[in-house]
Ligand binder design. Sequence first.
Ligand SMILES: NC(=O)c1ccc[n+]([C@@H]2O[C@H](COP(=O)([O-])OP(=O)(O)OC[C@H]3O[C@@H](n4cnc5c(N)ncnc54)[C@H](OP(=O)(O)O)[C@@H]3O)[C@@H](O)[C@H]2O)c1
Length: 286
Amino acid sequence: MYIKITENNAMQKVAMITGCASGIGRELALELAGLKWTVAATDLYPEKLRPLEEAGCLTFPLDVTNNRQIGETVEQIIDLCGHIDLLFNNAGYGLIGPAVDIPLEKLERQFRTNFFGPVEIIHKVVPFMKARGKGTIVNMGSISGITPTPFAGAYCSSKAAVHAWSDSLRMELKPFGIKVVIVQPGGIRTEFGQHSAETVSGLLKPESWYTPIEPYIYKRANTSQEKATPVTEFCSRVIRKIISENPPPVVRCGKRSFFLPLYKRVLPENLLDKMMMKKYGLVQLA
Ligand SMILES: NC(=O)c1ccc[n+]([C@@H]2O[C@H](COP(=O)([O-])OP(=O)(O)OC[C@H]3O[C@@H](n4cnc5c(N)ncnc54)[C@H](OP(=O)(O)O)[C@@H]3O)[C@@H](O)[C@H]2O)c1
């Protein structure tokens, strides 16, 4: 049972965040609540949001692949809070596995979660932001969308789509006072690696060309967690930037977020391919 936010606190800043059950989403919600924002924290499994409720957040069940639920949740938040100042499209996961072994339905689910879900939420939220002539939309990308690796074609391409779409959106919404920011994290310490590894299990058939190097596929699933940046450090930096008067179009931070995009820019493609193929065991198949 929620208390409707009234005209007395209509100036209250309101954030809607997706994927708040763990990792970055949970930390963003806690930090913004600590800054006295009204936080509408959403996730696939609402029971996992109880700690956020205890920290003062409003919580809502939301599977970002469910268009009907997206519409209902945005309406509920607007009804309770009156407006949304900040939409943070954070929910996502990494589908890991060889490109030729990933069935189309798994690839579609990856794109529905990481790309089409955020698009649908934005469609539902922007009319309210336009009516007020202000608002900030933050889309979660990844340095993997800039510098793809083997065994992450599904994930990397979904994040590359987020980057390109957000770039267009930023220019199109600027005339209406709506800001669009892309966050491109490097490796951040969360449950992301574990969730990625879960997508590998059962994917590889014994006859797969890549079965002999299966450990490297798991290695790719866990790459983000190698010497990863603490999630609190990452979220404080991101929040400082996105709630500033003039947020930058792209916020890139976390482990390897400087060097990986740099490699992509300066190294010849063939050299970068060789480095990646060695790291992920593909040279052993040659
Ligand atoms: N950690 C990194 O190194 C890293 C690097 C680059 C980009 N990112 C991006 O950062 C975002 C957050 O990831 P994280 O590191 O915090 O990983 P995480 O701990 O695995 O958190 C991901 C969150 O997304 C939620 N989620 C997944 N599918 C969903 C759906 N269909 N609807 C609603 N929520 C859904 C998960 O909910 P459940 O747990 O309830 O399933 C979970 O709360 C992702 O978009 C990820 O791609 C992370």
